[in-house]
Design a protein around this ligand. Structure first.
Ligand code: AR6
Length: 175
């Protein structure tokens, strides 16, 4: 990892993050839902849904960018993680694709600070121990090719998520 890059794991609400972009764990329609998706739409305001309607959805593993509207974050990067189906349906690769797609879009938009939720670990049922290792490994691999991203936050909504993502960062960045 470059010494310019910083990855941190924090407990908190992603809508409060003062960063260039927050990531939304959306669904294929991009038209809102529950969990973090619902919280982001609620906090950003109704113009977000209008912009999302113009995007025409998003395949699993890809990402799309919108404005942040009423959020402190300037942009929202919407990605669709895989639904857990037992682990043999390509879920690991699709989850890694989601993180990589978000980071690629971030680079294209000169985003330097980005906050991720635990993609797929809520309603989509991905086991958090496995998801956290994939998340952190994907981010680490991406950071080896850039020094532009200086602040990457993994925002956790409960203690179990926090413990898992923290231990993945400790193991994967300090090996
Ligand atoms: N800030 C940070 N993390 C949050 C917040 C928040 N405000 N709210 C929830 N989380 P989920 P998924 C955590 O279900 O598994 C939606 O309906 C939550 O505790 O939001 O990718 C979409 O429309 C969990 O740890 O996303 C899709 O249909 C994590 O965020 C579907 O859910 C992800 O949980 C996507 O499911």
């Amino acid at each position: 990892m470059s010494s310019c890059n910083t990855i941190s794991v924090i407990m908190g609400d992603i809508v409060d993050q003062e960063v260039d972009a927050i990531v939304n764990a959306a669904n294929n329609s991009l038209l809102g839902g529950g969990g973090v998706d619902g919280a982001i739409h609620m906090a950003a305001g109704p113009q977000l849904l209008e912009e999302c309607r113009s995007l025409g959805g998003c395949p699993t593993g890809e990402a799309r960018i919108t404005r942040g509207y009423s959020l402190p974050a300037k942009h929202i990067i919407h990605t669709v993680g895989p639904v857990w189906q037992g682990g043999n349906a390509g879920e690991d690769l699709l989850l890694a694709d989601s993180y990589r797609s978000c980071l690629e879009l971030a680079m294209e938009h000169e985003i330097r600070s980005i906050a991720f939720p635990g993609i797929s670990i809520g309603a989509y049922g991905f086991p958090v121990d496995r998801a956290s290792v994939i998340a952190v490994s994907s981010i680490r691999e991406f950071l080896q090719g850039t020094e532009l991203l200086t602040d990457i936050r993994l925002v956790c909504f409960n203690q179990n998520a926090y413990d898992n993502y923290s231990s993945a960062v400790d193991r994967i960045f300090n090996d």
